[in-house]
Design a protein around this ligand. Sequence first.
Ligand code: NDP
Ligand code: MG
Length: 391
Amino acid sequence: SDARTVTVLGATGSIGDSTMDLLRGARDRYQVEALTANSNVEALARLAKEFGVRFAAIADPARLGELKDALAGTNIECGAGESAIIEAAARPADWVMAAVSGAAGLKPALAAVDRGAAVALANKECLVCAGDFFMQRAAKAGACILPADSEHNALFQALSSGNREELVRVIITASGGPFRTWAPADIEQATLEQALKHPNWSMGQKITIDSASMMNKGLEVIEASYLFALSADEIDVLVHPQSIIHGMVEFSDRSVVAQLGAPDMRIPIAHCLGWPDRIVGPSARLDLAKIGQLTFEAPDFERFPGLRLAYEALRTGRGATTVFNAANEVAVAAFIAGKIKFGSIARLVEATINDWIRAGNLAPLSSADDAISVDHNARNRAASLLPQIAL
Ligand code: NDP
Ligand code: MG
């Protein structure tokens, strides 16, 4: 058949859900090769059966028995553990959605990249962690990286209207999150429940907290730098509370080209799925007359220090963005566990980076494997600083 084969890494998450929804609407055009999850056996098995996949993988090794039981009577193969997630990515599929949350998604994404697949990249942490090496591996294998993050997908679309030499800068927008108008003292004490109330987007827990701290926008500045080979000076952030314009590109003639769309991740994912063609996206259309106005503000680097730290890490280089991401993952997990205050997320990230630099650990990364070991060491460093920050 001429159906395209696709694999979804992180199929049970928020991006996974949007991706499966689009695939459901075009069953005749796509054959699903493999699906993966971390621990949600029930949702994974349900999707695997619905789509008649060949392989289902669960990261938690303790859940293999449950997964086997849930798939009994089908001819769906299954596996467990990190190696099974990597196997899912390595199996032949033309197109892979990389939507695991966090740097845990790096090795699986690289397995898809190394065999030259088209990789729709939602998992920004893996780029921030591995830096240029991720893109180098892709170039070497002939893999096409399709940015699924809405802002980067917007840039990817807008960039095609000019040449690299004519590009002046890119602008990524930010909703500003639930604390956009909050006073510093209130942000400092914000609860988990408050941080999880994003005004425009419905997303996984980690990225929702990153959006509240604007660490997400910081990760996205770094992501844009590696994806499109841009310096920190060429990337601007603009707060745009309606989340309708996702990204803009300015050329030398001062034309600014923007991409617009409702805040619905199915739109950028549909672009990645259809690329280089266009497929049918969600049914609701953008109604600007109803929205009425689009507004803009400069970002506040003082109330949202995560954004400042991201630019600093990008300018520092030599593994600093890897440390930035690792420390933020540790900090977010500590905040969810009630171990630190919301305001301490950025504090732990800053302390970890400073400590890393003071210890003389900054060194140019020489490979993606190097990045994985820096990630590991930086997590340990952040965890050891946690008790000080927790007070
Ligand atoms: P979710 O938390 O909703 O989903 C994460 C997915 O990854 C789930 O399928 C989860 O399985 C799986 N997973 C989590 N940890 C591991 C692990 N250690 N090993 C293997 N699988 C794992 O996240 P989102 O869908 O919101 O985000 C996914 C990625 O996309 C993130 O990097 C995020 O930054 C990025 N992104 C998300 C956007 C959004 O709108 N949600 C927008 C732009 C980017 P299980 O269900 O079993 O826990
Ligand atoms: Mg985004």
